[in-house]
Design a protein around this ligand. Structure first.
Ligand SMILES: [Fe+2]
Length: 420
């Protein structure tokens, strides 16, 4: 079957709210909470168990991307508890070395940000190091190669989109004197200093470090053509579909980042959380041959997870993505939804296609739809193996030159036709 790299995307956890009470329709006040907890798991426990089960049962996973917001109110203790539980479970299952994590705006300790800017990131990064894994992107982004058994490679760039979260915003200094004079009239209830400081607000203004981003883009430009860059950050770069009423709803330099990532002359995948829903969108830069950015949002942790399969050509180049949302149902079962398939080589064509592709295409050209391409091809090309044939047909599919019905099933069930 076609070669691929598999990545698991985990969205905002928001612990301890996700731990909460078990989801029980508790109508009998006479029955104890203890009994409820035995009868039903908390959403957090249920979801973590489903993820571990999935990791154990599936084909190899090359990377686990955790999109930030492990907690909700920027407090260190619940953040630590959440990280410890995730690490313990992933370590026991043997996947800790595959984990990548970024900061979420709700992870940022506001007091630390106010008293000592930068320390809010350092304390979380230090904590992950104490857990035995140096994952958080501070002070700079991290880049790690995720390589599948066949050598297919994605490079995961973990970046920090939360640099402005926790910054202070106040009144301009040149009006401080006048404002203080006004407040002095209210000294009965507060000192002028207290009143003035009340007008300050702590911001949630996400942004990227431009220099760090430039450094990352340089690395992406230098990557081999057969490697796929995957950027992990917390914030969305495209506006969310649901109307958002808030100040600073977007990353301050989000448009610049989006423009840069879609102008690198190659496909880039950008994985994020933050919006608690899971749209998948593609931005194509028509001025840049091959420049496109695929945005994949991970769902809220308690709603499930997303699997990203990066399909590669026989020569090893990434040619297509399958994004499969796995929905966690109330009773704990995980249901995979139909995959969203995104060709990523269509603009550059079959650059390194196997020459046998033209043979297959010519065979298809003579017919309408072939229901068992192996049998059909065997008549004329008995030496072409089933494996070679299915991989060649898949390359044609991801290059948007062939249609395949029943792609989820075994190759003998495929209905293959050439695109008009
Ligand atoms: Fe969140």
């Amino acid at each position: 079957m076609p070669r691929s790299i598999r990545l698991l995307l985990i969205g905002d956890v928001h612990f301890p709210e996700s731990e909460g009470r078990p989801e029980v329709d508790h109508r009998d006040a006479g029955v104890s909470e203890r009994l409820s907890r035995i009868a039903a798991q908390s959403p957090f426990t249920r979801c973590l168990r489903a993820i571990i089960q999935f990791l154990k049962n599936q084909s190899p996973i090359e990377a686990i991307l955790i999109c930030g917001d492990l907690t909700s109110h920027g407090k260190l203790e619940p953040y630590k508890k959440c990280a410890e539980r995730l690490v313990r479970a992933l370590k026991e299952a043997g996947f800790l070395n595959k984990v990548h994590v970024t900061f979420g705006n709700h992870d940022i300790d506001r007091d630390s940000a106010r008293s000592s800017p930068g320390s809010q990131f350092e304390q979380l990064a230090d904590f992950w190091r104490s857990l035995g894994t140096d994952v958080l992107p501070y002070p700079h982004h991290k880049s790690i190669r995720a390589t599948a058994e066949g050598g297919q490679t994605a490079v995961v760039y973990t970046v920090n989109s939360c640099l402005g979260c926790g910054e202070m915003r106040g009144l301009p200094k040149n009006i401080e004197k006048d404002i203080k004079a006004i407040f002095s009239k209210f000294e009965a209830t507060a000192t002028p200093e207290d009143a003035f400081s009340l007008l300050q607000e702590q911001l949630d203004t996400p942004l990227f470090d431009d220099a760090d981003l430039s450094d990352m883009c340089e690395k992406v430009s230098g990557m081999a053509a057969n490697e796929l860059p995957v950027v992990l950050a917390h914030h969305n770069l495209l506006p969310q579909a649901i109307t958002r009423i808030d100040i600073y709803t977007e990353v301050l330099n989000g448009g610049m980042v989006r423009g840069r990532l879609s102008s690198l002359g190659r496909p880039v995948v950008y994985v994020h959380g933050h919006i608690h829903s899971d749209p998948v969108e593609v931005v194509v830069n028509p001025a840049e041959q091959g420049g496109e950015c695929v945005f994949i949002s991970a769902p809220l942790f308690t709603k499930g997870f997303t699997v990203l399969d990066v399909h590669c050509s026989r020569a090893g180049s990434p040619i297509g993505l399958s994004v499969t949302r796995h929905e966690l149902l109330e009773h704990g079962a995980v249901v995979p939804r139909p995959p969203i398939r995104i060709p990523i080589s269509k603009r550059t064509g079959l650059r390194d296609s196997d020459p046998n592709y033209e043979t297959v295409a010519a065979h298809l050209q003579e017919r309408s739809t072939i229901k068992n391409i192996r049998l059909s091809m065997n008549e004329r090309y008995p030496l072409m193996s089933e494996k070679d044939l299915s991989e060649i047909v898949c390359e044609g599919f991801w290059a948007c030159r062939l249609d395949i019905m029943n792609l989820d099933q075994a190759p003998e069930k495929w209905h293959v036709s050439i695109k008009p």
